[in-house]
Design a protein around this ligand. Sequence first.
Ligand SMILES: NC(=O)c1ccc[n+]([C@@H]2O[C@H](COP(=O)([O-])OP(=O)(O)OC[C@H]3O[C@@H](n4cnc5c(N)ncnc54)[C@H](O)[C@@H]3O)[C@@H](O)[C@H]2O)c1
Length: 326
Amino acid sequence: MREWELAVASYWETKSDRKDQCKIVIVESAIVRLLGHPVKTGQARSGFRKFHGNTGWRLKHCVEYDRRVRRIEMKLKDKVAIITGAARGIGAAFAVGFAREGAKIVICSDILDGKETVEAVKKAGSQAIFVRTDVRKQDQCDALARAAMDRFGSIDILVNNAAVLVTLKPFTEVTTEEWMHVMEVNTAGPFHCTKAVFPYMKEKGGKIINMSSAVIFEGVPGMPHYAASKGAIVAFTRSMARELGAYNINVNTIAPGFTHSAGGDEFDRNKTFPPVPLDEIQIPLKCIKKPAYPEDLVGTAVFLASDDSRFITGQLILNDGGLSFH
Ligand SMILES: NC(=O)c1ccc[n+]([C@@H]2O[C@H](COP(=O)([O-])OP(=O)(O)OC[C@H]3O[C@@H](n4cnc5c(N)ncnc54)[C@H](O)[C@@H]3O)[C@@H](O)[C@H]2O)c1
């Protein structure tokens, strides 16, 4: 069967299903790509007539075609990605988002059980494994990287997402132990993971994404340890970008604003000041007057993990709906 006929059949099939606008756009753009121009009405009609009689056959081929087109358009096709702190929250959303963009495998790591994320990634059409890892421990991060290499032979993307979010309190009540714990997870963790993947990334390049926070611009009181750890990540990113650029490894940072993840919601619930939900204060101050959810960050992560950002490194992308500028 000729490509354009399949395209036309798919076009009509999806066109008749007005509920699935997204599919229509994908198939239409595929037709333009295949034919070099939008399909002509005559061709479309004859394609439709040709396949009209055999709905089951047409549907099967439409689905197949759709998958093929999606694979062409996928930004992370066949990439192997490690995401730390992926058992829940933003990390879990990244894992599913990467799967939707064709990542061959998403390795989810966390100190919590990552079973749910693994299932969600599989549902999104990718493979996934869970490797329990405490990012505070270099040996565990090394084992995580080895597990990825042993099973999949490559590591293309590392997202240093794991972190502890803290409870707001006056700085005089923050103990040295708390300070050190936050630093160990939030700053030593990315250092350990970067060190662990470097031997495997250095031959063919890769993408490293670190997670900072808009709090470094906002100057939020009551979280000096968290803010310091997220400021350190920006400096870490720049330093690593300089050092790893020679190996074709891009290192960038995403700085989200307050986001309704599991950890973000816990943080909002547990804080004693300000005594109102953060959205009440922040949404009026944002340019985009909406609450943020983990899914709002996925596009930025996909971009930084993909070839589209190949000439961008050492940068910070603030993703807070325009609450702060830098
Ligand atoms: N949610 C927000 O409002 C917000 C805002 C700015 C930045 N961030 C950043 O985004 C990232 C994701 O945060 P989230 O909101 O999804 O939080 P979350 O608490 O929902 O997820 C963080 C994950 O990290 C894991 N983790 C904690 N310590 C670990 C360790 N030692 N080793 C391995 N994993 C560990 C947790 O188990 C958890 O699954 C973090 O880096 C956070 O600082 C979040």
